[in-house]
Design a protein around this ligand. Structure first.
Ligand SMILES: *Cc1c(COP(=O)(O)O)cnc(C)c1O
Length: 234
């Protein structure tokens, strides 16, 4: 696709990649240690295809109602779909059909539902799973509270249908991002001691990716900086 929108996204992508590279330099890390996951919610399947053409192979969505038709429209060729939003158990059957990895696993009941769904789906590899951590222990906004994180990680690791990849968090709105991501890094280190392969830290969005990278993020989830500001409802 060679149109004005592709050029616009291309310019945004170049800026985001430069921000990631600069943050890595500042943190003494290599840029290839950080994967850019483009969050495409509220934007059409055509934009996902444009991102793919521009070399972005990891895309993320936060609602199955929106993600399932988009994944069907764009296809899975050369794309890895990341599910990053709160996931209802009755959506698991749908999500496991297109997602490579779910970033938002936050309860034992959700683990059970994902295991059942992934076991029935014709998947060629286990579904990747990250434990979403509630950094402020506010259960309403998603994320496993302190004390549950290890239990959810253990349940994921115990299932052959799932592969424990690491941890994910969203910085609480009223927190200093540095404080939030430092706390997540400590939790990630604890999980890695038990499960050395669980080395992903999914942290950082358009506004705080530099801080997240400074604190070890391996997967930044970037939406508006790539595709534009969403309408308030999005
Ligand atoms: C929307 C969303 C993002 C991307 O946020 P931006 O501020 O647009 O970069 C990242 N993670 C999750 C869980 C989201 O829902």
């Amino acid at each position: 696709m060679d149109d004005a929108r592709t050029e616009e996204i291309g310019r945004n992508l170049a800026r985001v990649r430069e921000r990631i590279a600069a943050a890595c330099r500042a943190a003494g890390r290599e840029p290839d240690e950080v994967t850019l996951v483009a969050i495409t919610k509220t934007y059409p399947a055509e934009d996902v295809a444009r991102l793919g053409a521009l070399g972005v192979h990891d895309v993320g969505e936060n609602r199955d109602q929106e993600a399932a038709p988009k994944a069907a429209a764009v296809g899975a060729k050369d794309l890895r779909w990341h599910f990053v939003g709160q996931l209802q158990r009755n959506k698991c059957r749908s999500v496991v059909r297109y997602a490579s990895v779910v970033h938002s696993v936050d309860s034992l009941r959700l683990v059970d539902a994902l295991v059942a769904a992934a076991g029935q789906a014709e998947r060629t590899e286990p579904l990747g799973a990250l434990v979403q951590v509630s950094l402020d222990d506010d259960e309403h906004r998603g994320g496993a509270v302190t004390g549950m994180v290890e239990q959810v990680a253990e349940a994921i690791a115990a299932s052959p249908a799932l592969r424990l990849r690491g941890v994910m968090a969203v910085a609480p709105l009223d927190w200093e991002p540095g404080e939030a991501f430092a706390r997540l890094a400590a939790i990630a280190a604890r999980i890695r001691q038990r499960f050395p392969g669980a080395d992903w830290i999914s942290a950082g969005m358009s506004n705080d990716l530099e801080t997240a990278i400074l604190h070890g993020s391996t997967h930044v989830r970037v939406g508006s900086a790539l595709l534009g500001n969403r309408t308030p409802l999005g």
